[in-house]
Every structure is written in structure tokens, then in C-alpha cells.
Design a protein around this ligand. Sequence first.
Ligand SMILES: *[C@@H]1O[C@H](CO)[C@@H](O)[C@H](O)[C@H]1NC(C)=O
Ligand SMILES: *[C@@H]1O[C@H](CO)[C@@H](O)[C@H](O)[C@H]1NC(C)=O
Ligand SMILES: *[C@@H]1O[C@H](CO)[C@@H](O)[C@H](O)[C@H]1NC(C)=O
Length: 365
Amino acid sequence: MASRAKAILYIFLHMISLLSISQAEHHPSLLTLFGRCNFDKIFQFGDSISDTGNFLVENPLDRSGRLPYGVSNSNTPTGRYCDGLLMIDYVASAAGLPLLNPYEDTNADFTYGINFAVVGATALSVETLARKNIFGARTNSTLDVQLSWMSRYLSSYCKSEADCREKLKNSLFFMGEIGGNEFNYAFFGGMSIEEAKNLVPEVVQTIMNATREIIKLGARNIVIPGNFPIGCLPSYLTTFRANSSFDLNHCLRDYNQLSVYYNLQLRVAIVKLQLENPSVAIVYGDLYFAFQRLFSPTIHPACCGTGGDYNFGFTMFCGNAGVPVCSNPDRYVNWDGLHLTQQAYKYIAEWLILNISPMLHCPAS
Ligand SMILES: *[C@@H]1O[C@H](CO)[C@@H](O)[C@H](O)[C@H]1NC(C)=O
Ligand SMILES: *[C@@H]1O[C@H](CO)[C@@H](O)[C@H](O)[C@H]1NC(C)=O
Ligand SMILES: *[C@@H]1O[C@H](CO)[C@@H](O)[C@H](O)[C@H]1NC(C)=O
């Protein structure tokens, strides 16, 4: 009881001070930047950071289909784990394309690309995770399954390997963010940081293998985002604050160091893969840095609940009865403990687009 009261006080104190993310610069020239590139399709592989409705098809009663999810997007829940739009939505808009439809929506139009991302998805297969004693995955639609969806789509979309390559040459691919859930499941299942660190090489290699596969299919522009500083997520801060010291941003130092380590391995692997494939642009998406830019002060409350908080037996999940929702999500970085707000995603997407655009092989207009 005492620790529960302490945790409530902790959350309350942090709720008082709002993050000031309105200071991030705005870049009105995005449309021209990406527009000049003339990408005709976008394909997204990933998890809840990018899912625009697949998981909701798999689980029609999921919380992402109910308010307050979607509250900032005309009060319309869509399956996005957010109060509104996600990074990929801003990327698609900046490319002058409509928002990507989820693959599992059988009635959807895929003229401008497909979103294969699924909430809870991992890079490693569920069987591989089980062998490592990691359980509790929210979906079986892991990266290999998402790749099989891509192949199935291509089998009707193009006639031969050469035809597919021709048809995909002006497409933009997002391979992730994926691979973050491995660590969520591991940590919330009680794994230590040292144990979780051992997962890194296989997660990175799995993502590289998936990237090789889409290159073989014809991808010529691929963005591979890394992980966020997980030690700054309210869900981690409330559950694991006893397991780590704080860094200067008042985030959990050891958990952030795991993200740094993982991102570094990912970048090294990307450089190698880039050298093997000089005609393809393989670009790292630095979500860690983009996220950190949003912090000036040292406070990280979520707008809605605290997310997977084991101290509360999950009762603090956004959307559960009695869990408070802030009235001004635009002033928060974090939405529900694990996922960011629309406003945060917008700023991060804008930074990401500016950062990656010079490295992409722009299709000529
Ligand atoms: C994943 O597949 C296994 C085996 O078919 C099944 O038992 C499990 O319920 C599935 N998990 C989810 C989240 O759908
Ligand atoms: C984290 O700290 C809690 C106590 O607050 C402890 O019960 C738990 O075992 C620790 N977990 C890890 C992975 O070190
Ligand atoms: C990646 O692909 C290589 C070559 O096919 C294979 O040997 C390796 O086991 C794969 N790695 C993972 C983690 O799947």
C-alpha cells in the first residue's frame, strides 16, 4: 500500500509539470522536400509505433479501437496507439501520398503502398522468443509473417521478379521501428538488462536479413529506424525505477544504455549492408536523437495512465476505467506510457524526414 501511494504521488507530481514540446521548430517546407522525390508507394514493416489498424483487425475489441485513443484525430479511434496520427502518417503526407492502409483490412486500397506493422510485433519469431523464455507476445504477426504478406501481395501485383523490381523502384520502405518489443517483453517479464543485451545481435541480424529480402524483391530506398530511449518511457520509469539510476534527463540510465547499445549495433550492421548494396539507399532513422530533442525539462508523464505498470497489475493502462486522461495531449510527449502523442510523432517525423532525405535515392520527377 505504501509503495502504491508513493507511486501515485510520483505520477501526480510528474503530472503537474507539462513538457514543453511546443519549442521544437516547425518545418513548413517538408512537402517540397519529399515531394521532389516522387515516391509512388510506401511500405511499412513494424509494430505499434507504426500500426494503422492491423492489430485492431486481429483484435476488434482492443483498446486502440476506443476513446481516448484517437481523441486528437476528430475523436476517431483507428487502431493507432496514439491520441491521433503516427510518424508514418506524417511521412506519407510529406511524400504527397494518402495515409497507408493496413494490410489486414481486406477492403483497403493499396495503390499507394501498404502498412504491414502490427501492435506488439517482434523481429524475432514467437518460437525463437519462446526458446529464450520470452513470452506474452500480443501478436504472432512477427517480421517474417509481415514479409510473407509482402510476397503474397507481390504475387498478384507483378508478373515476374524483374517486373516487381521495376514496379518497386520508386517505393520507399520503412523497415521498423521493429525489435523494440523484444526488450519490452523481456523486461516486463522480469529479465535483467545483461540478459536482454544478449538478444541484441540476433534481433539486429533478423532485421538485416529482412532488409536483404526486400532488397531482393526490388526495394531501393529503405529506412531502418532504431529504438527510442526506453528509459524515458513512463511505463519503464514507474515499473523499473528501483532497478536503475537516473541520468541527467531523469530517465533510467541503464535502460537507455541498452537502447544506445542496440542502436549502435544496428548502425554498424546498416553500414555493412550498405557497402554490400551500393545501388540501394539504406538509411538509419535516429529515433533516439529525435526523441531526445523534444526534452528540455526533465519530466516525462504520460497523458493517459502509465502503460504496462507491473506495480499496479496493469490497472493504469490508458483506456481502463478510472484512468485519467490529460486535457491537452499536444503538450505531452508521451501518450499512454509506452507510445508517444501525435504532437511528438509529428515533430519527430519532421526531423526524421529532413535528416534522411539527403541520403535517399530520389526518383526523378
Ligand atoms: C500465436 O500462435 C499460437 C500457436 O498457434 C497460439 O497458441 C497463440 O494464441 C497465438 N498468439 C496470439 C497472440 O495470437
Ligand atoms: C527490479 O526491481 C524490483 C524491485 O523494485 C525487483 O523486484 C525486480 O526483481 C527487479 N528486476 C530486475 C530485472 O532486476
Ligand atoms: C540471416 O541469414 C543468414 C543467411 O541466410 C543465416 O545464416 C542466419 O542464420 C540468419 N540470421 C538470423 C538471425 O535469422
